[in-house]
Write a protein that binds this ligand. Structure first.
Ligand SMILES: C[S@@+](CC[C@H](N)C(=O)[O-])C[C@H]1O[C@@H](n2cnc3c(N)ncnc32)[C@H](O)[C@@H]1O
Ligand code: SF4
Ligand code: SF4
Length: 396
């Protein structure tokens, strides 16, 4: 797989011990142990059907977050092109295929904002009717009544990207007029209220991306989230792309600050952050502890134009498309010989460092490279699936 993008790639340095990440809450790599059957199948045959699907319903989003990871694909207005939205009938066929062949979860992330998909409520209900677990991200700006109902009725989790504690910070974080902040806060309130009325146990979280200009606002956003009655706030740094340091933070200050946010936790409100993604702001920690990514056999990402990618971080690179479901079934794309050999072809120097699946990639690397069957490996290491309540086990 050729890649001509020129990037300023970090030097790889010696590996240090792993740190334990007690702040990750449900975002733990050992969730993969709920899918030992798939790890076993992969070890025995070199192929398995993915656990988790990341599907972009649309590329449409009216927001202008300056560091949006999807920005190269985003349309600012609906031009009605085929690549803007998933074709509804094709998407339903895909979801049925996913269910039939053993997929376990679907995340509607983006791309753009899933809530702007013309068949949003219908597709959530369809996904749920198949018995697939489902989660979604949204900026929470435009949530029509029927959409809000479908979200509460169908999702295992909903994450609203709040990213601010005030209209001023919202302008910086989302590139939108400050008044949109109040609309989003109001919509979070509507979600919480609807959850109570319907007595559903969907996990409602807010998300906060910390950058040099917004770090300090995370505390206020956590406090606000708690007051609104959300279950959890996820505070995390931007992906660090090799050679791009615009969103890098000073780690000691960041950790101190995150600990302060953690003090806001109560029994019903969690504050989580990926410790390793903060630690890796320091160059000496920016060493990959694996040489191949096997996670791409357990997850996949599909864009509105039907292209299938190894993961959500590969979507803006057309060369990494594994095939297109406009032309073939997903099964044909997935079991193609070229796709099966994908792990050996990914040039890790072009992946975010660390990537959002970092822990899962390392976990799978250790198991698979040990050469031992997964059951034997887990027995030797004393590994068992995590027990936390609300673990969202089918999401990686
Ligand atoms: C690409 S957005 C799409 C969904 C929706 N529009 C939203 O903002 O929630 C999905 C998630 O990725 C996060 N995100 C965007 N740009 C990012 C970046 N450069 N690094 C890490 N996460 C990013 C957003 O904050 C959001 O929580
Ligand atoms: S709201 Fe989401 S998709 Fe839209 S620009 Fe911001 S991060 Fe990107
Ligand atoms: S290392 Fe991360 S970004 Fe790279 S292919 Fe694997 S999951 Fe994707």
């Amino acid at each position: 797989m050729g890649n001509t993008i020129k990037l300023n790639v970090m030097q790889e340095k010696p590996v240090e011990e792993d740190s334990t990440d007690e702040n990750s809450w449900i975002f733990t790599e050992d969730k993969l142990l709920f899918h030992k059957d798939k790890i076993k199948e992969f070890q025995e045959t070199g192929v398995t059907f993915p656990v988790a699907f990341d599907i972009d319903l649309t590329n449409l989003c009216g927001h202008r977050c300056p560091h949006c990871c999807g920005s190269r694909n985003i349309s600012r207005e609906d031009k009605g092109t085929n690549s803007t939205h998933q074709d509804f009938e094709r998407l339903k066929r895909l979801l049925s295929e996913i269910k039939e062949l053993g997929g376990r979860s679907v995340t509607y992330a983006g791309g753009g904002d899933p809530s702007l998909y013309p068949h949003f409520a219908e597709i959530l209900r369809y996904t749920k009717s198949l018995g697939l677990d489902m989660g979604m991200y949204t900026n929470g700006h435009i949530l029509k009544e029927e959409c809000l109902d479908a979200m509460i009725d169908c999702c295992t989790w909903i994450r609203v990207s709040l990213d601010a504690d005030s209209p001023e910070i919202y302008e910086i974080a989302h590139g939108m007029p400050g008044k949109v902040f109040f609309t989003v806060v109001n919509n979070i309130g509507r979600l919480i209220e609807r959850k109570k009325v319907k007595q559903k146990n969907v996990t409602i979280s807010t998300c906060f991306l910390i950058g040099p200009k917004t770090l300090k606002a995370a505390y206020g956003a956590a406090k606000l989230s708690r007051e609104l009655g959300v279950d959890h706030i996820r505070i995390r740094p931007y992906f660090q792309m090799p050679g791009d340091d615009r969103t890098r933070l000073q780690i000691d200050e960041t950790f101190k600050f995150l600990e302060k946010c953690k003090e806001l936790e109560t029994e019903g409100f969690k504050v989580s952050y990926p410790m390793h993604r903060v630690e890796w702001m320091d160059d000496k920690n920016r060493v990959r502890k694996y040489k191949k990514c096997y996670a791409v056999h357990f997850l996949t990402s599909i864009t509105p134009d039907g292209n299938v990618y190894p993961c959500c971080n590969m979507k803006d690179r057309p060369v990494t498309s594994l095939g297109n479901i406009k032309e073939k079934s997903f099964k044909d794309v997935w079991y193609n010989e070229n796709r099966k050999s994908i792990s050996g072809k990914i040039d890790l120097r072009f992946c975010p460092n660390p990537c959002n699946y970092e822990k899962q990639v390392k976990f799978l690397w250790d198991i698979i490279e040990s050469g031992k069957p997964v059951d034997e490996y887990c027995k030797e290491k004393g590994l068992t699936p995590p027990e936390q309540k609300g673990i969202h086990k089918n999401f990686l």
